[in-house]
Design a protein around this ligand. Structure first.
Ligand SMILES: *[C@@H]1O[C@H](CO)[C@@H](O)[C@H](O)[C@H]1NC(C)=O
Length: 192
C-alpha cells in the first residue's frame, strides 16, 4: 500500500505539469484559431501571357472552412483554366519554380470536391466570352492555420483545363493535364 502511494505521488507531479502545459498550448491554439484570417494572392501574367487575377481566402476560425473568391481576366474566352495552389512561393524563375501542386498528405490529383485530392486542387475557373472569370466557393481542405497552411505558397493559373484526375493517363493523377502556367502569385496574409 505504502509503495503504491509512493509510486502515485512520484508519478503525479510530472503528469500534472504535463497536463498544465498541454492546457496552455491548447488555449493558445484556441485563441489563435478564434481570430479570422484572410489571405490574398495577386496573380501576375507570365511573359507573353495575358491571364491574371486576384484571389481572396477568408477563414473565420481554425475549424471553419475557407471561402475562396477570385476574379480573373485575359483568359481564353469560354474556356476553363486549371487553378491550383502550388508548393512554393518561390517565383524566382516565374511560375515554373512554384513546384508541384501543394500536396502535404501525399495524395493523388483530384478536383475540389474529391475526397482524395491534393490540398492545392482547386479545379478550374470558367472564362466567359470576354475572357473574364469569377469564382466564389467554400473549400474543404485549404486552411490558413497550422502546419498545412497555404500562406506563403503560390496560386497558379494554367493554360489548359484540369481534367480533375479523371483521364486515363498518368499525368491526370498528377497535374490534371492543365498544361503550362500562365499566371501566378504568392499567397500572403491580408488580415489576422
Ligand atoms: C527558388 O527556385 C530557384 C529556381 O528553381 C532555385 O534555384 C532556388 O534555389 C530556389 N530557392 C529556394 C530558397 O529554394
Amino acid at each position: 500500500m505504502a509503495s503504491k502511494f509512493l509510486l502515485f505521488t512520484m508519478g503525479a507531479l510530472p503528469l500534472a505539469q504535463l497536463q498544465r502545459q498541454q492546457f496552455s498550448q491548447n488555449n493558445e491554439m484556441a485563441e489563435e484559431g478564434n481570430t479570422e484570417r484572410q489571405a490574398i494572392c495577386i496573380l501576375n501574367s507570365e511573359n507573353g501571357q495575358t491571364g491574371k487575377g486576384i484571389v481572396h481566402f477568408i477563414q473565420s476560425s481554425l475549424v471553419a472552412r475557407t471561402q475562396i473568391q477570385g476574379q480573373f481576366s485575359g483568359l481564353n474566352p469560354n474556356q476553363r483554366h486549371g487553378f491550383h495552389i502550388h508548393q512554393y512561393g518561390n517565383l524566382s524563375q516565374g511560375c515554373v519554380t512554384a513546384g508541384p501542386h501543394y500536396n502535404p498528405l501525399n495524395q493523388v490529383h483530384g478536383g475540389p470536391d474529391s475526397a482524395i485530392r491534393h490540398v492545392g486542387d482547386l479545379g478550374n475557373v470558367q472564362a466567359d466570352e470576354s475572357g473574364n472569370a469569377k469564382v466564389d466557393f467554400i473549400d474543404h481542405q485549404v486552411t490558413l492555420y497550422g502546419p498545412h497552411s497555404v500562406v506563403g505558397r503560390a496560386c497558379v493559373l494554367h493554360r489548359d483545363t484540369d481534367d480533375l484526375g479523371t483521364s486515363d493517363n498518368e499525368e491526370s493523377k498528377k497535374t490534371g493535364n492543365a498544361g503550362p502556367r500562365i499566371a501566378c502569385g504568392i499567397i500572403g496574409l491580408s488580415k489576422e
